[in-house]
Design a protein around this ligand. Structure first.
Ligand code: 13P
Ligand code: SF4
Length: 388
């Protein structure tokens, strides 16, 4: 019997689950057009039937943060690194339905052949972190590095959680993409090629990795704010820095605080605190273990029965782990609900709609990255996939 305790609900959390309506604050809660109603009792049956009808022509990828109602239909589940690898490894699949967010579907389109079509069941499934780095802002930042006389010694690097335009920017300048599974290896690769790194767009993953894994001081990092002239930094600060962190963050992982860690340690003295590296540095520094979603899953699979774990990552994954491991005491690190609202956009009605459209011979919500962006972004993604 699972001991998992649901964190308290909030009005926003209910909205994100599609319950309740507030059209002013949550664009798209109302389901437009031909979407089947969420109340249709046959949705599960309809999804299985459409999947069966499409057979090997269809490959469904599911990120670990997806809802259970969707993840049950995934041919492969994974973190963003594993899903990128899997997308690249399925040249025979005509349709790749990506149950994840927009930047993941873009990466899948870049990594798959021209005859393969990538579909995102809800176009509103974006990522607030990816939106924090726009192409023009990044070009302006590079100009600031050129003006400071340091651009030649900077290797640009972007987290997977960025638009295809940003990946292409990095690819054009011989940089690399990373995910939370391989950020350390990618950073070591970059420092073999340049003295400094421009790390986009997640300041926390960049900071946590260089400080924890590469032994940097916090003073070696500066934060470039795209909303301020010269990033809010002096030329001297840019020249002194070993890593220039973009001022972006994940709004989900940013919710965990040092108080959440202290509080759970007080309540459960033998607890292991396990967090994602998108959390702030103080949360990561106070945790026992840190890693990507795939790492978190493996840590729980290998944990001793009876051991206690407070997990700081998205709630769909933590709840699933608690259900799959009733012999372990698994709890959510924060007291309040903490879903990724955009991951949650992909629900069963959207999946059924997308699959049934494919069965009818129509390709809905296709994600297409243009040729020039694809070529350049692919350089940076291929470098990541080839990391030792
Ligand atoms: P990973 O899949 O790399 O663990 O990243 C988590 C995440 O936030 C995806 O958006
Ligand atoms: Fe973006 Fe954070 Fe959601 Fe991942 S969890 S998709 S980084 S907002």
């Amino acid at each position: 019997m699972s001991t998992f305790v649901e964190p308290g609900s909030t009005a926003t959390a209910l909205l994100l689950l599609g319950r309740g309506t507030d059209p002013d604050s949550e664009k798209g809660v109302d389901c437009p057009g031909a979407l089947p109603p969420a109340s249709d009792p046959n949705l599960v049956e309809r999804a299985w039937a459409a999947k069966k009808a499409l057979g090997d022509r269809l490959f469904i990828l599911g990120h670990h943060y997806q809802r259970d109602e969707v993840i049950q239909f995934a041919d492969v589940t994974g973190d963003s690194f594993k899903l990128a690898q899997q997308a690249a490894a399925r040249p025979e699949a005509e349709y790749i339905v990506f149950c994840g967010v927009h930047f993941m579907a873009e990466s899948a389109d870049i990594l798959t052949g021209p005859d393969q079509q990538v579909i995102l069941p809800d176009m509103a499934a974006g990522c607030s972190m990816a939106d924090m780095a726009a192409a023009q802002q990044v070009e302006d930042c590079w100009d600031a590095l050129v003006d400071a006389g340091i651009a030649d010694s900077v290797v640009p690097m972007t987290y997977m959680n960025s638009s295809a335009d940003i990946k292409a920017f990095v690819g054009r300048r011989d940089g690399v993409v990373c995910t939370s599974s391989n950020a350390e290896r990618a950073l070591r690769w970059a420092y073999e090629r340049g003295e400094k790194v421009l790390f986009l767009p997640d300041q926390h993953l960049g900071r946590n990795t260089v400080v924890r894994e590469l032994g940097f001081d916090l003073d070696d990092c500066v934060v470039y704010n795209p909303h301020k002239p010269n990033g809010g930094l002096t030329t001297e600060q840019l020249r002194q820095a070993r890593i220039i962190l973009w001022r972006g963050h994940c709004s989900v992982h940013g919710r965990f605080t040092l108080d959440s860690v202290n509080d759970v340690r007080e309540r459960v003295p033998d607890v292991n605190v396990l967090v994602h590296p998108e959390c702030t540095h103080e949360v990561v520094a106070a945790a026992d273990r840190v890693g990507s979603t795939e790492y978190i899953i493996t840590a729980i699979e290998e944990a001793e029965p009876g051991s206690a774990w407070a997990i700081g990552t998205e709630l769909n994954l933590v709840r699933r782990l608690a259900n799959q491991h009733p012999d372990k005491r698994i709890m959510f690190l924060d007291k309040a609900v903490c879903y990724c609202s955009t991951m949650n956009r992909i629900d069963l009605p959207h999946l059924v709609w997308a699959l049934e459209e494919l069965v009818a011979g129509r390709v809905p919500n296709r994600i297409v990255v243009d040729e020039d962006t694809t070529v350049n972004a692919r350089h940076a993604l291929d470098r990541m996939l080839a990391l030792p």
